[in-house]
Structure formats: structure tokens, C-alpha cells
Design a protein around this ligand. Structure first.
Ligand code: MN
Length: 231
């Protein structure tokens, strides 16, 4: 096989307790999966969650023990943080039943669904696609993946985001409108899921802007903390 130019490198995420890395296939995101966040965005909490995607190379991977540097993107004056549980799939499939869904999970990580809120807002008004607000470079910071067996039962875990040491977002995974099995079942009805897919599962209330120089600490109980600095 000869290519016209060198194919891009595989985006991969470190795995806790392993020398092997998790190769990223696609990045799916769930919008509006916590009622309080839906309300702060001016939407009804009874509307069903929605899905969108980010390109795999939008992942900003934090290496274990390090801080990832997020380059403040262009075109925006309102870059928002959204702390989220990330589900990493080890097996794919179509039309996966809820009862079977957790068997497809390789592990979990903490992620940030970074959002150019001003551009997303303009697109919402125009009824246009959200990509320019959601799918830019460095839009998907992610910490190391903890294998599911080590993470244990995380459905009741606390999820928090601190910026410069100050608490900005707080919630519990139990507040998710769609649970992880429901999300996998719904996504797999719409797309052929594959090993390497990451799913950002939505954010609790408290989203707000960050500035260059800010230090973000994103946590989900039982998982490796994600450290990001905006530069
Ligand atoms: Mn989000």
C-alpha cells in the first residue's frame, strides 16, 4: 500500500495500569443530559437528550501525571467548560440492548466538552449545525482511562470541576437523564459503534467561560483527575 502522503497518527489515550494505549475511533457527545444544565441553557429538561460528534483528533490527551495545554481557540470570546464522564468502548455493535450495553465498555475517563458558546448560540439561532461551536481543535480534553473493572460501580459518583481552585460545576452521575446503558443503546440505533469510540455523556450545571492562564481540575469519583491549563 502506498499513500499519497503519510497518514495521520492514531490518536490514543493512556490506560491506567497498562502499557497499552486506547486508540480513538470516534467521539460522540450527549447534549442536555442533566436537567439543571438544560434549564441553565434555557431549555426544557423534559426534551430528550441529543447527540453530536467531534472529530477524533479534537481529543486533547492528558498523559498520566501531566497537565494538558489547551490552546485558546480562534473566533470566540466565550470558551466554556463542560465537565463530563467519558465512556470508552472496547466493543462495537448496532442495536445494542440496554441489558448488554455495559459489556461493550472498556473503561471510563474524565473529559471536558469545550464549547465556543457564542458560536454555538449563533448557530442555534440560525438553525445551523453546531460544529463550529463544538468540533474545533482541542475541543475534547480527556484524562487517562480507568478500565471498567478497576473503576467499579461509578453510577453514583460525584462529578466536579474546579477552575483556579474554585468550584464551578458539581453534580452526581446519578442525575444523568439517560444512563450509560441507555446512551449506548440509543447511539447504537443511530450509528454502528466501534471499539475505540468515546462517548462524552453530558454536563451538570455551572458551565462558564475560561480565560488563558486558567487551571482546570475535572474530577469524577474513582477516576484519574483531568488537569488542563488554558494557554
Ligand atoms: Mn456537553
Amino acid at each position: 500500500m502506498t499513500y499519497t502522503f503519510a497518514p495521520p497518527p492514531v490518536v490514543s489515550v493512556p490506560v491506567i495500569g497498562s502499557g497499552a494505549r486506547f486508540p480513538v475511533h470516534r467521539i460522540y457527545c450527549v447534549g442536555r443530559n442533566y436537567a439543571e444544565h438544560a434549564r441553565e441553557m434555557g431549555q426544557s429538561a423534559s426534551d430528550p437528550p441529543m447527540f453530536f460528534l467531534k472529530p477524533a483528533d479534537a481529543a486533547l490527551v492528558m498523559e498520566a501525571g501531566r497537565t494538558a495545554e489547551l490552546a485558546y481557540p480562534g473566533l470566540t470570546h466565550d470558551l466554556h467548560h463542560e465537565v463530563e464522564l467519558v465512556v470508552a468502548l472496547g466493543e462495537g455493535g448496532r442495536n445494542i440492548a440496554q441489558q448488554e450495553a455495559l459489556r461493550h465498555v472498556f473503561g471510563y475517563a474524565v473529559g471536558l466538552d469545550m464549547t465556543r458558546r457564542d458560536l454555538q448560540g449563533q448557530m442555534k439561532k440560525r438553525g445551523g449545525p453546531w460544529d463550529i461551536g463544538k468540533a474545533f481543535d482541542h475541543a475534547a480534553p480527556i484524562g487517562p482511562i480507568t478500565p471498567a473493572a478497576q473503576a467499579g460501580e461509578i453510577t453514583g459518583a460525584e462529578i466536579t470541576l474546579h477552575v483556579n481552585g474554585e468550584l464551578r460545576q458539581h453534580g452526581w452521575l446519578s442525575q444523568m437523564i439517560c444512563s450509560v446503558p441507555e446512551i449506548i443503546a440509543q447511539l447504537s440505533a443511530a450509528w454502528q459503534l466501534a471499539p475505540g469510540d468515546l462517548i462524552y455523556t453530558g454536563t451538570p450545571a455551572g458551565v462558564a467561560a475560561v480565560q488563558p492562564g486558567d487551571a482546570l481540575e475535572a474530577r469524577v469519583g474513582g477516576l484519574e483527575t483531568l488537569h488542563v491549563r488554558v494557554v
